[in-house]
Design a protein around this ligand. Sequence first.
Ligand code: FCB
Length: 438
Amino acid sequence: MIKMEYKDLIFPAGFKWGTASSAHQSEGGNHNDWSEWEQVQGNVKDGTDSQVACDHYNRYEEDFDLMKEFGHQVHRFSIEWSRIEPSPERWDERELEHYRRVIQALLVRGIQPMLTLHHFTNPIWFRDLGSWLNPEAPEIFGRYVGKLVSELKDFDIIWNTINEPMVISAMGYLFGEFPPQRKDFGDAQVVSRHLLMAHGQAAEAIRETYEESGKNHPLIAPVMSVSHFMPEDPDDPDDVELATYLDELYNHMWIKGAITGKVIDAEGNEMRYEALENSVDFIGMNYYSRQVVSSRMDFLNGEMPEKTIAERCDGLDWEVFPDGYYPLIKTFWERYGKPLWMTENGIGTMDDSLKCRYIISHLQQVYNAIQDGVDIWGYLVWTWVTNFEWAQGFMSDFGLVGMEPSTLQRIPRESAYLLKDIIEHNGITKEIQQRFLQ
Ligand code: FCB
């Protein structure tokens, strides 16, 4: 076996480390469009639901204690809209108080909160109004954000508006795998447009609320799911063209709109949408895998070539492909010139040594991008404690900290110690790479 020569890969001073999660996947006890969908047999692969999740709603202090012990500097999490606004414009004061305590609990432990305003789930009443297909959806969401931000503006928060708009539109409205399980390209386009406008409304509500109370502009970002699209046959111009088209459609179209402030309307015309102005201070990037595509297959109907890489995420067809990370980071930087946060990266597997290798090999790519001049502010692993994975239930375990099923006791895995080590060194030392990659 060839011995690799490694060197210390130390990140810039001030680079931030931590983990990411979402309310629905961690809290337990939510009632929203997703929790109802989970109750239909067959929707969640392993037949579980989110009702307990990892009971983070009650155990957040214990989880944050552990994060502190492991040196985390940032935590990305979401607030559950259906808890705050259980019916239109009725605000639940007890839930607002709960989240104030959550944020305070992070801050007193010296952990920076990064707060996502929308992470896939919707209140039932919003679903019944037509969800993201409703032309009023952006304003309805903006109204909610305005209220929430006015309640939380005194805390030091980094704001994420919408998590993975293209996943919401593609998985929910094109491939029909997430609620509301539609399969209509036109609907998917409408949803993606409304989510873009909703991002603008949210950003505007945040800016205005801070301005009105004489506060400095906080950092605001949308969070994009990015995937590395590759032609099955690099010598086939049709495959290359398809990969390029999908890359543009999935990775770029939406964020381009957020940056330029332009939305494509129903007639295909570009229109200025004022709320989008100054709506992106940095871009959150979630990277997991690649997509190999073939022009001979009907991609839009879910047809894809056989996977060729043996290592992949449990329950999800996501191959381990670190080489796709760097080019996406580089392209985002070159095209948009905005600082980046790696807001999610990780793997769902019971093989913890694979999890460790995954993290290290992806961090090597982030390091290389920084060396090549990309301004990256931080890296967050998905996720801290084992939680509910949307359509897989508990069969894709992304946690660095496992959970004893009957007691829900937290059990840090070697990968949790790996992240601690990385944070302590502000990078991946030669020794870390040797230990896990050889
Ligand atoms: C991302 C989602 C996140 C989590 C990971 C595995 O697409 O944002 O909630 O489920 O995938």
